[in-house]
Design a protein around this ligand. Sequence first.
Ligand SMILES: [Cu+2]
Length: 367
Amino acid sequence: MYYLSRRDLLRWGIASGGAAALAGALRNSRGDSLPSSPPTTPFVLELLPGRGIPPVKQTVAPFPTLRDTGDTVNPDGTKPFHVSGPRTVPKNTAFYKIHTREVAHTFHPQLPPNQLWGYDGSIPGPTIVSRSGTPQLVRFFNDLPQNDPVGIGEPINAIHRHGGFQAPEDDGYPLDTFSSGQSRDYFYPNRPDEGLQQNEHSTLWYHDHSIDVTGPNVYRGLAGFYPNFNSLDTGNESDYPPALGLPSGEFDIGLVLQDRQFDKNGFLIFDSFDHNGFIGDKFLVNGLIQPYLQVARRKYRFRVLNGSNPEQRAGLRRDRHRLAPARAPRLGEALPHRTGGTGGGDRRLQPYLAQRRDLPREPAATN
Ligand SMILES: [Cu+2]
């Protein structure tokens, strides 16, 4: 666990724009000697729908499920685990189709477009909204080019819904990959499992999980939000009470924090040999370098996600007396909450104001 203080945020450029220090501070610990990325002016790009704010994925008409193509061979020569035949899904299942494809993406207007991989060509991927009690079947098509000129990642896919409860064959096991030109159906039941509320009113996300290349494939763009709602957190702000009435729609915004490194010409570089997780010196929010967001005078809900590769723990907590919870919530875990009433039976979230001096920062892309 690594805690990001407000001072760190300032230093790293979220607030001030001095992003170069990020690389300096972190790289020294591992003796990395990569040159800095080209300079970029902070706060040039605005987060807008379709640019940093991904679209919400819409359902399609139900389609018959397919047996997985069983002819994929993993990089290690083994055969992936496949669903042996078409499956029967509950009647109320919502269906989706997502195409993983190449996209020319602009991280910043001072850098040239880079060839990324995006779900539906979107960076981040389209937001898939789920609701407890409504199962979903998502067919992911791998439309990535077989021969990738960039050389970061591999055009194989395994889709992992991070933090979700789903069957093993739908969990995106690293060896359950499918190749260019193939597709795979993933079924998400969207119900709490064994009384655990992990799937309930939580922020899940989906990302590539392919063996050996999860890090670079996510670095290349393969990640998106997967928020789940239920009767308490309905996604409708006017539902209070009895629901929580949290900011919804355009005021419920996922922010994925990531980093990237560029060569002197502004093209992505990645060090596959850095097994602690590669760290770039450019700080991204939703795929854009140091963007900004125009806000209205009202409450917002920000779902902050660490979508970076590195695992930074020891050696970076400079101030051991810093205020921090004993254990920060893990990604996808329900936030700690105060219970209301005296009977103990009311588990409703009670909104209250709290000041956070730290932002827990945990590796996500390797899980
Ligand atoms: Cu994950």
